[in-house]
Write a protein that binds this ligand. Structure first.
Ligand SMILES: Cc1cc2nc3c(=O)[nH]c(=O)nc-3n(C[C@H](O)[C@H](O)[C@H](O)COP(=O)(O)OP(=O)(O)OC[C@H]3O[C@@H](n4cnc5c(N)ncnc54)[C@H](O)[C@@H]3O)c2cc1C
Length: 504
């Protein structure tokens, strides 16, 4: 057995959740290792929908432009009738972006390309995935976690301060720490296959026999590739033929058309739909993120997005705890994220039922822009507010002008691993700068000018009020000007401490 390696965080699994967490830790200078049992990157399209809230997060992580450039928007849905005629419709309501919500359209990018862009970002930050490294066991005590890993050079023991199970729905980490995964199997088995195909245009998501679970077939051009993604429910016990010939025969049987030919299969899988939620997200020094903590049907395109947002919530808290923040900050991860997954389970199961009836339509609820943490122990208002923006809400964007004359946006001020204090007009002069806190004064004589009134519209702050934005883009606290002492205590609790003055 090889010698021990010490690291602050061991991340098990390099899917979307593990990669997001790695980027978050890397940009905060935390030491970590990211292990992945597969020898090469995952090659399938699975989670192809990137929701507006995740686009905001990708902007913060510095990958949104690459994601947009590599992918595209969803095409029309083309619902075929039995006589071969069809009706085109938009998959979602066409809502224009607003100053507060700059992204409104779900993007399409196959999961393997999203993960590739994330790995490239991780490389820019000086880290990489350790492929071919499988976690096979773990133990923990009050000082850390000991993990057994089999890698290219045999079995190794890793010592880590924390371990994060980002190891998918069958999570070994979840099973090893004894966390139950209650829920149900939804009685739907389906195939998903990325294929090269002829016979259909690339300008529509082709849908046959909507609402008929024996005959349904959906064929979607995958943005950013020459591939189509085939999705279809299949009988519970019959073997699935995922070869090109098998998929061509399936298309012919379900459409009556012989012109749809699958020439090659890039990746394919068959799976059972489940709705399950881990009873706990944390046991001691071990955490669960992503599909390791929740699984649900793909309807509504929520899984990858929820997984990314779990990791985005946990990353800054782990970094803060390692730098001295109060340990109970880490408990807020489960308190904030488990109710979100509970709601997603309900939403995706409802959409699956609607799909079975042939009437699924994705509304604002799938965009994830209304997710917030109003009941979180981290959300503070002094005094309590009666309306407008509340602690725990997603912090809205707003176009502004910098005092030096350049146009900017609040999201540009928020971008990075820091907290942001927006002080409206006057007040809070006594809060001293701290590492990890950016302070901006908004007003006619501030460093940021609300030239078009968008900050006023989105935040509705009174003169002297201030709003503290968390590193993950949620409102942590809203305070009156006379609450400077409370603000200082709050920040210290979050690990954002004053510099110690040194005198020689
Ligand atoms: C057909 C289909 C369509 C979908 N469509 C969407 C969609 O449109 N939008 C959306 O948001 N989501 C969608 N999803 C869901 C999405 O794919 C998942 O939610 C997402 O992959 C979860 O990411 P993750 O990182 O948590 O887990 P995973 O992607 O499962 O990654 C876990 C990783 O951990 C690794 N691992 C496992 N065990 C170990 C171990 N012991 N040691 C080391 N590594 C290990 C695995 O190899 C894997 O790479 C869809 C899923 C399916 C099946």
């Amino acid at each position: 057995m090889k010698p021990h390696f010490a690291t602050d965080v061991l991340i098990c699994g390099a899917g979307a959740a593990g990669l997001t967490l790695a980027i978050e830790l890397a940009r905060r200078g935390v030491s970590f290792r990211l292990i992945e049992k597969m020898k090469t990157p995952f090659a399938g399209s699975r989670g192809k929908g990137i929701q507006p809230r995740t686009q905001e997060i990708f902007e913060d992580l510095g990958i949104l432009d690459k994601v947009v450039a590599s992918g595209g928007t969803y095409p029309h849905q083309r619902a075929y009738r039995d006589d071969g005629s069809y009706l085109d419709s938009d998959m979602a309501d066409d809502i224009e972006p607003t100053p507060a919500e700059p992204y409104h359209l779900p993007l399409m990018l196959p999961q393997f390309l999203t993960e590739q862009i994330m790995r490239e970002r991780l490389n820019e930050l000086g880290h990489c995935v350790e492929f071919g490294c499988e976690l096979i066991g773990l133990e923990q005590d009050s000082s850390g976690v000991t993990a057994r890993v089999i890698g290219p050079s045999g079995e190794e023991i890793f010592q880590a301060g924390y371990l994060v199970g980002a190891d998918g729905g069958r999570s070994l980490v979840r099973k090893t720490i004894g966390v139950d995964f209650p829920g149900k199997t939804l009685g739907v088995r389906a195939i998903v296959a990325d294929v090269v195909l002829t016979g259909l245009d690339r300008d529509a998501w082709h849908q046959f026999n909507n609402g008929d679970m024996q005959r349904m077939l959906a064929i979607c051009p995958l943005a950013g590739t020459d591939l189509f993604q085939i999705q279809a429910p299949i009988p519970p016990d019959a073997p699935a033929d995922l070869s090109g010939e098998g998929l061509t025969a399936l298309a012919a049987a379900r459409t009556g058309r012989t012109d749809i030919i699958v020439h090659s299969v890039y990746w394919a899988s068959d799976y059972q739909m489940n709705a399950r939620l881990a009873e706990r997200y944390r046991v001691g020094r071990v955490f669960l993120v992503g599909d390791a903590a929740h699984v649900h049907p793909p309807t509504g395109g929520q899984g990858l997005n929820t997984s990314v947002q779990d990791a985005y919530n946990l990353g800054w808290k782990l970094a803060a705890a390692l730098k001295g923040a109060r340990q109970d900050l880490l408990d807020s991860y489960e308190a904030e994220r488990r109710p979100v997954a509970e709601a997603v389970l309900g939403l995706s199961t409802r959409l699956l039922e609607a799909q079975k009836e042939g009437g699924m339509r994705r509304g604002r609820e799938v965009h994830q822009l209304d997710i917030g943490y109003p009941d979180s122990p981290l959300s503070k208002e002094l005094p309590e507010r009666k309306g407008g923006i509340r602690a725990g809400d997603r912090a809205p964007d707003a176009p502004v002008r910098r005092a030096a004359g350049q146009p900017s946006r609040l999201f540009q001020l928020f971008q990075g691993p820091h907290w942001t204090l927006l002080v409206h007009e006057a007040g809070f002069d006594t809060i001293r700068p701290r590492p990890g806190l950016h302070i901006h004064h908004i007003g006619s004589s501030g460093d940021v000018i609300d030239a078009w009134g968008h900050v006023r519209d989105a935040y509705g702050l009174a003169p002297g009020e201030c709003v503290l934005i968390r590193p993950d883009g949620y409102v942590g606290a809203i305070l009156d000007a006379d609450q400077t002492a409370k603000l200082a205590i709050y920040l210290t609790r979050m690990g954002v401490s004053e510099l110690e003055e040194t005198s020689k």
